[in-house]
Design a protein. Structure first.
Length: 270
């Protein structure tokens, strides 16, 4: 299974972007596309920005720092990589960010993005709430100490450890948890598949864009790796689950398998 870093790096690869933009074209189509090919790295990630420049040497690759206003130009980018933006909560702030980015896409342009899923982060958000309560009024150093003490007392089965970044339990993991807790302070601000599908039309504008596909579709297979378990429930259950139309199939995957930990997806502008 691919981890978060691998998925984010994949969204910067030439082959991946070509497949997203040109369903039956070759990688040479990017260089040949009229008017130049423009890419925006929207997460303020040095590693992703440098990779995009290596992957698209003939393109104009621009960047913006996370939280800052996007370049003041409309309809200029063929591809926007926003998969590296961290901890986007379900609410108006995220809606505004993606609306601003969608405006920058050319017609037919594609944006990759990521939001924290309910299944992957609800335990960590609940843990963050406990730590915030215990450390209210404390300085940052003491807050980190309190967080580490709380994490040490958790059983291995605590749902917080489904969050990949928390598994090491080291100081970096604690700081990641505190950053998450600051950005997303309640489980209602996490995205389910249903919330995400409702949000995308707001971002793109009704009739002006669409959900294209998941970056890594195998994460939304509702039967794998649990096929034998589903068969024990009833013969043909895996087949019936996989026959569901989208987004019902992905909703079923999230509910039945408590995965994936984050939603990486592509949207396209009309």
């Amino acid at each position: 299974m691919m981890n978060k870093q691998q998925i984010e790096e994949m969204t910067c690869s030439r082959d991946f972007v070509t497949a997203a933009l040109f369903s039956s074209a070759t990688t040479g189509s990017i260089g040949a596309k009229g008017g130049g090919f423009r890419v925006l790295e929207a997460g303020g990630r040095d590693d992703l920005f440098e990779r995009l420049k290596r992957e698209f040497p003939e393109a104009e690759v621009m960047r913006q720092k996370e939280g800052l206003q996007a370049p003041a130009a409309e309809g200029v980018f063929n591809y926007i990589n926003a998969a590296g933006i961290k901890y986007l909560s379900c609410g108006e702030k995220t809606d505004r960010l993606f609306r601003e980015l969608a405006v920058l896409l050319k017609p037919g342009g594609v944006m990759s993005a990521h939001v924290c899923s309910f299944s992957g982060y609800y335990g960590a958000v609940m843990l963050g709430d406990i730590i915030r309560r215990l450390s209210r009024g404390q300085n940052p150093v003491d807050t980190v100490k309190i967080a580490r003490a709380v994490i040490r007392e958790l059983p291995e089965t605590h749902p917080a450890f489904s969050c990949e970044s928390l598994k090491p339990r080291d100081e970096t993991a604690v700081k990641e948890l505190l950053d998450l807790s600051e950005a997303i302070d309640h489980v209602d601000k996490l995205y389910t598949v249903s919330k995400l599908m409702d949000a995308i039309p707001r971002w793109m504008g009704q009739g002006r864009g669409r959900f294209l596909r998941w970056v890594f579709p195998p994460l939304y297979d509702p039967t794998s790796p649990f096929e034998s378990w589903f068969e024990s429930i009833g013969p043909g259950m895996p087949r019936r689950l996989n026959a569901l139309p989208e987004p019902r199939r992905s909703i079923a995957a999230e509910l039945l398998t408590a995965s994936p930990p984050g939603h990486y997806f592509l949207v396209q502008k009309f």
